[in-house]
Design a protein around this ligand. Structure first.
Ligand code: SIN
Ligand code: CO
Length: 374
């Protein structure tokens, strides 16, 4: 993607300008971000997704200040009637289930893939919404069908209402108000309060981002580092032949503290182990994702990544669906291109080494990549 090119999607800003001026900083309203937007998911298709196991969905209903939340899957007949106002069905991760939605999300890949999370679709009847709230992540709210009135504000008072199953601000003080029509889009940085209320039947697509917390990363990486520490077959055991008899048995020996610190220092000291664990973690498929194995022995001309595949790289590795490979030279260039543009043409494939072709073919068998006549 040319990051300097002005885009209708960003209201005429280039991705570079958008990232400098708005990303994590201030909202952006874009009228007709996608002109003549034809939503790729029909209401009936959304309801069918919400009925599936392994698809995360929620139903929010509000009436006279009483909020109700239920988690899916939802059989069609368990959803309220379409004529009933003030309910919302939210379906998470639609990009994993629908190629056109996945393709739509690719327009936002001027943000690193490591930060992209998923595309959620909400369906609401008149007056439906999830209440005034703020999210901890950046979000692009693309109006897909019908109208939604958004009220937004830099909220100082972050207290939430008590005793309800949703995070709803106790005292919402909106500063701006916009009615979004199909194709319009609103970007909000993390922490910006918002309340979107459907005006008639309405569908909104939210492109959401991952925001790993320091604590979560430390936890995930430390578990992986421990697995990689490599002394599982022959564990290095603590020895204390010089331990003296104690009168304060409750006190933790300093030597044991030193042993623990050394264990962590050693795990971290292995070259590239942290980078490797991070790449594996970032490309790990979500728990409800599975791949359909490809037909074995198919001749690969071009290839493209399955919509569920997560592929990234760093200076020394290529990561795909939680696995890491050391890569260098021409093959690394090729694999990086595959991660960046998610496909390789037959001409590009012709430059792959036998090892790279073998790897691609095994990913094809696993259903991670598919043959593509490009
Ligand atoms: C919605 O689409 O109804 C809610 C999206 C959001 O507020 O983040
Ligand atoms: Co929100």
């Amino acid at each position: 993607m040319d990051t300097q090119q002005s885009l209708p999607l960003l209201g005429g800003l280039s991705p570079a300008q958008f990232m400098r001026r708005h990303w994590q900083k201030k909202p952006l309203l874009v009228r007709q971000a996608i002109a003549q937007f034809a939503p790729p998911v029909l209401r009936s298709e959304l309801f069918a997704l919400a009925a599936q196991d392994g698809v995360e969905s929620r139903l929010v209903q509000s009436a006279k200040g009483v909020w109700k939340l239920r988690h899916g899957p939802f059989a069609r007949r368990s959803l309220p009637a379409l004529s009933q106002p003030q309910w919302t069905l939210l379906v998470q991760g639609v990009d994993l289930h629908n190629d056109a939605v996945h393709a739509l999300m690719q327009q936002f890949r001027f943000v690193p893939e490591a930060r992209l999370d998923d595309l959620m679709i909400s369906y609401a009847t008149d007056g439906g919404g999830v209440g005034p709230h703020f999210d901890s992540y950046d979000v692009f709210l693309l109006q897909a069908h019908g109208k939604r009135r958004w009220r937004i504000g830099r909220q100082k008072e972050l207290q939430l209402r008590e005793g309800i199953p949703l995070k709803v601000l106790a005292k919402f003080e909106p500063e701006e108000e916009y009615v979004l029509e199909p194709g319009d889009m609103l970007y909000l940085p993390p922490g910006y309060a918002h309340d979107g209320i459907a005006e008639g039947e309405c569908m909104t697509y939210s492109v959401g981002f991952k925001v790993p917390s320091r604590a979560e990363l430390a936890q995930e990486l430390l578990v992986r580092l421990a697995e990689d520490a490599g002394d599982e077959d022959k564990p290095l055991l603590y020895r204390d032949a010089r331990q003296e008899a104690v009168v304060q048995p409750g006190a933790i020996p300093e030597a044991l503290q030193g042993f623990a610190r050394e264990a962590l220092d050693r795990a971290l000291a292995q070259p590239l182990v942290l980078e490797c664990a991070l790449g594996e973690y970032l490309t790990e498929p979500k728990p409800n994702v599975w791949f359909e194995p490809g037909e074995p022995g198919v001749m690969l001309e071009g290839v493209r990544l399955d919509r569920r595949t997560r592929m990234m790289y760093d200076t020394h590795h290529v990561f795909i669906n939680g696995e890491s490979y050391r890569a260098g030279g021409r093959d690394a260039t090729l694999m990086r291109r595959l991660a960046d543009v998610r496909q390789l043409t037959a001409r590009e494939m012709a430059r792959a080494s036998d090892d790279a072709l073998e790897l691609l073919s095994s990913w094809c068998d696993a259903g991670w990549v598919q043959p593509w006549a490009g």
